[in-house]
Ligand binder design. Structure first.
Ligand code: IPM
Ligand code: MG
Length: 350
C-alpha cells in the first residue's frame, strides 16, 4: 500500500490533478486497535462513504482466524463493505505477461505469448449472502446450511457488465455455471442467453465450472472474458492468478452501478490475500496493489492517462527484469528486488 500511495503522488503531479486521501484501519489492524471488537470500525465506514473510491489493502491472517466468524476480517469487514456499497461487479484481470511465462506453472508451450483473461465475478449474491445461513442441530446432529440464491435481475446486471467489457476486448464471453446440477445455474444460463441477444457482435459460450477449472489450465489464451457467480468466480480467479505467474501481480475492481458520469464508486484491492507467511519482511510484490490503484484511477476517477501511465510503467519494470521473489525465475537479465525496490523501479519508469 505504501508503494501504491507513492505511485499516486507521482502520477497526480505528472497529470496535474489532486487526490485527497485518508487512511483508515480495517481487518486485523482494526481488530488489534479496538481490542477485537470490530474489523470494520464506524469511522472507517464513514470515511469510505465520504470518498469516491476505496483503495483496499489485504485483510486476514492466522492471528485472527480463531475469532468468532462475524468479526473475522473477511466476514466482518470485506464482505460487509462489498454489500454496503452494492459492489456487485468484480473485475479480475488475469494477465500473464509474455516476459513472465517462466514464472507460470503452466508449460511454456501452452502459453507461448502469455494470456489476458478478464474474470467478471458476481460479488454480492449467490451462496456468500443467501439465507438461511446457519448452524443448528437436527435430529441430535449438527448441521450447517448455506443457501445459493440468484435473482434474474442480479444475473442480468452482471452479464451486461461482462458483455460491455468484452466489447472493448476480443468480443468473446464464456459463462461458467453448474447447470447440470444446480437450479440457480439453470436460471443463470438462461438469463445470460437472453442478455446475449442484445450483443450479437459478442460470441458466447458456456462451461460447467469443473470443466472451466481444467480448460483454463489447458487453454487459457483461448479465453477473453469469463462471467460467473460469486463462489465460482472466487475459485477460478485464484486459479487464473496462479497460472498467470503469481497472486502478487493481479489487481481487482469491485464496482456498483455506474453513475451518470460513467464513473463508479468502487473498491480496489489485490486479487490475492494478505500473504501472512511473508508479512512484515518487505518482500511482497507491490504490483497487484499498484495496478489496483490504476484501476481506481480508470474506473472511479476517470483519470485514464494516469492509469495508462501506471500500467505501462509496471510493464516496463517487468520487461527490464525487476522481479520480486514470487516472480523470480533466476533467468538471465532478471534482478531480484524487494517491495520498496520494485516500487521505486516502477516510479522511475513513470
Ligand atoms: C476474495 C477473497 C474473499 C472472497 C474472502 C477473503 C472473503 O477470497 O476476494 O477472493 O472469498 O471473496
Ligand atoms: Mg478469493
Amino acid at each position: 500500500m505504501e508503494e501504491a500511495c507513492r505511485v499516486l503522488e507521482v502520477v497526480a503531479a505528472q497529470c496535474s490533478f489532486t487526490v485527497s486521501s485518508e487512511e483508515f484501519l480495517v481487518g486485523g489492524a482494526a481488530l488489534d486497535a479496538t481490542s477485537n471488537s470490530t474489523p470494520l470500525p464506524e469511522e472507517t465506514l464513514k470515511g469510505c462513504e465520504a470518498s469516491d473510491a476505496i483503495l483496499f489493502g489485504s485483510v486476514g491472517g492466522p492471528k485472527w482466524e480463531g475469532l468468532p466468524p462475524d468479526i473475522q476480517p473477511e466476514r466482518g469487514a470485506l464482505l460487509p463493505l462489498r454489500k454496503h456499497f452494492g459492489l456487485f461487479a468484480n473485475l479480475r484481470p488475469g494477465v500473464c505477461h509474455p516476459s513472465l511465462i517462466d514464472a507460470s506453472p503452466v508449460k511454456n508451450e501452452l502459453i507461448p505469448n502469455g494470456f489476458n483473461v478478464l474474470c467478471v465475478r458476481e460479488l454480492t449474491g449467490g451462496i456468500y449472502f443467501g439465507s438461511p445461513k446457519e448452524r443448528r442441530e437436527e435430529n441430535g446432529e449438527e448441521i450447517a446450511i448455506d443457501t445459493m440464491v440468484y435473482r434474474r435481475s442480479e444475473i442480468e446486471r452482471i452479464t451486461h457488465v461482462a458483455f460491455q467489457a468484452a466489447r472493448g476486448r476480443r468480443k468473446k464471453i464464456c459463462s461458467v455455471d453448474k447447470a447440470n446440477v444446480l437450479q440457480n445455474s439453470r436460471l443463470w444460463r438462461e438469463t445470460v442467453e437472453d442478455v446475449a441477444r442484445e450483443y450479437p457482435d459478442v460470441e458466447l459460450s458456456h462451461l460447467y465450472v469443473d470443466n472451466a477449472a481444467m480448460q483454463l489450465i489447458r487453454y487459457a489464451p483461448d479465453y477473453d472474458v469469463i462471467v460467473t457467480g460469486n463462489l465460482f468466480g472466487d475459485i477460478l480467479s485464484d486459479e487464473m492468478a496462479m497460472i498467470s505467474g503469481s497472486l502478487g501481480m493481479l489487481p481487482s475492481a469491485s464496482l456498483g452501478a455506474s453513475g451518470e458520469s460513467g464513473c463508479n464508486f468502487g473498491l480496489y484491492e489485490p486479487s490475492g490475500g494478505s500473504a501472512p507467511d511473508i508479512a512484515g519482511q518487505g518482500i511482497a510484490n507491490p504490483i497487484a496493489q499498484i495496478l489496483s490503484l490504476a484501476m481506481l484511477l480508470r474506473h472511479s476517477l476517470a483519470e485514464t492517462a494516469a492509469a495508462d501511465r501506471i500500467d505501462a510503467a509496471v510493464e516496463k519494470a517487468i520487461e527490464d527484469g525487476f522481479r520480486t521473489g514470487d516472480i523470480f525465475s533466476g533467468l538471465q537479465g532478471e534482478r531480484r528486488v524487494d517491495t520498496a525496490e520494485m516500487g521505486a523501479a516502477i516510479r522511475d519508469r513513470l
